[in-house]
Design a protein around this ligand. Structure first.
Ligand code: MLT
Length: 396
């Protein structure tokens, strides 16, 4: 009889955000008249910007034209988009060749798929609290996971020490869920560690566009030595509202080799076998993000989310609750009041004020006692949620 992948039995019953969606659905069914203020999953609320919409329409017209029609797309990405992304990095002082950029259908897909590059016996270090897909993808692959806990004592930005041993290192900065950002010196410590130990960093840069302090690194390739130890995975989901449109990109430098194997060449081999590329229309829309107009327009949308963050931070300041994030990231990570557990706080907010966030425990054991708010909701909902939160927590 066929044996299924038994590692699925080691996963939690449901994926964090699916479990929350289920709980919220049940609440809504039993309270059909109540409006729910959704600040749980980091899903955007603003539509795609005009430059992208125009390019998507042009893409559709191209597909209707005998001369301009596109069939299969290049597996690693259309040249025009790889060039545009390399140009975006160049504008930030990072030199990349277009064929070091791989177009994907999103960072979350890619974070799991990229594990094809590594032997099953390699271990994966996850800095917790962590985006749960890192852990789940490695559980499914049956890989040994090294959980590196972080906390308030290190600003949720731990560093490797003499006891750290791992082959694959997940680093997310700006961090999901804590909103903490590695500065140059700390990120350099991870790069130096990876080069010294032959590890590979999987750098999740999905929130880079939210960094407003110019001395903080937005790409790991701003650091010396990163080209020999890092892969960067990025996405247009949060930057440009592509959560439902789907497009991401991955940077694998040509210098990145292990055991005589070139990881860029291996990924070309992988993609040419496993994909037929991302849809032409979507790539056409994505390229518009990197134009002058596209950049201006997405910045306006990011400003709206940053204002939401300010509204929520002001509410937490008013009631004297400790939090981090919100400034260079679209997440606010707060301490639950009165020593409440994070799921207990989740139920409390949902039942009392119909506000949904994400319990910190869902991001790993050290997230217990904390709670995450996403700032991607509508401004009106965010203002009302902040008002309800202040009223509820005043005096706690
Ligand atoms: C989150 O809420 O952590 C993210 O939206 C999840 C994701 O990007 O898949």
């Amino acid at each position: 009889m066929l044996t299924p992948n038994m590692h699925y039995a080691d996963l939690k019953d449901s994926y964090l955000f699916a479990g929350i969606a289920q709980k919220v659905k049940h609440y809504q069914q039993s309270h059909p008249d109540q409006h729910i203020y959704r600040m749980g999953i980091g899903d955007v609320s603003l539509p795609l910007c005009d430059a992208v919409i125009k390019a998507l329409h042009e893409g559709v017209e191209d597909q209707a034209d005998k001369e301009r029609f596109h069939g299969y797309m290049p597996e690693c990405g259309a040249d025009f988009l790889r060039q545009a992304i390399a140009g975006y990095y160049r504008g930030r002082g990072v030199a990349l060749a277009p064929d070091e950029v791989f177009v994907s259908s999103g960072a979350s897909d890619e974070l799991g798929d990229i594990l094809d590059l590594f032997d099953g016996s390699s271990s994966a270090l996850v800095i917790e609290p962590a985006y749960p897909a890192y852990v789940d993808a490695n559980v499914i692959a049956g890989r040994e996971i090294v959980h590196l806990a972080s906390g308030e004592e290190n600003g949720f930005l731990p560093l490797p020490d003499e006891h750290t041993v791992a082959d694959i290192l997940y680093i997310c900065s700006p961090n999901n869920p804590t909103g903490a950002v590695f500065d140059r010196e700390k990120l350099q410590a991870w790069v130096d560690f990876a080069n010294k130990n032959g590890s590979v960093i999987l750098f999740d840069a999905a929130y880079e566009a939210f960094i407003e302090e110019s001395d903080l690194p937005r790409s790991i390739f701003e650091l010396e030595g990163a080209r020999t130890c890092a892969i960067e995975i990025c996405s247009l989901s949060k930057t440009a509202g592509f959560t439902g449109t789907r497009l991401g990109y991955t940077v694998i430098p040509k210098e990145l080799t292990r055991c005589g194997m070139n990881l860029n060449a291996m990924w070309v081999r992988n993609r040419t076998t496993k994909t037929n590329g991302v849809s032409y229309i979507i790539q056409k829309g994505a390229a518009a993000v990197f134009t002058h107009a596209g950049q201006e327009q997405i910045r306006q949308n990011i400003k709206v989310y940053k204002n939401n963050a300010k509204v929520l931070m002001a509410a937490l300041d008013e009631v004297g609750i400790w939090y981090t994030g919100g400034k260079n990231a679209p997440y606010i990570w707060m301490k639950c009041p009165d020593g409440m557990g994070s799921w207990q706080f989740f139920d409390y907010l949902l039942n009392e004020i119909q506000v949904v966030g994400t319990p910190g425990e869902g991001f790993g054991a050290c997230g217990e006692g904390y709670f995450r708010f996403s700032t991607f909701g509508s401004p009106a909902d965010t203002r009302e949620a902040a008002r309800r939160l202040t009223d509820l927590l005043r005096g706690k």
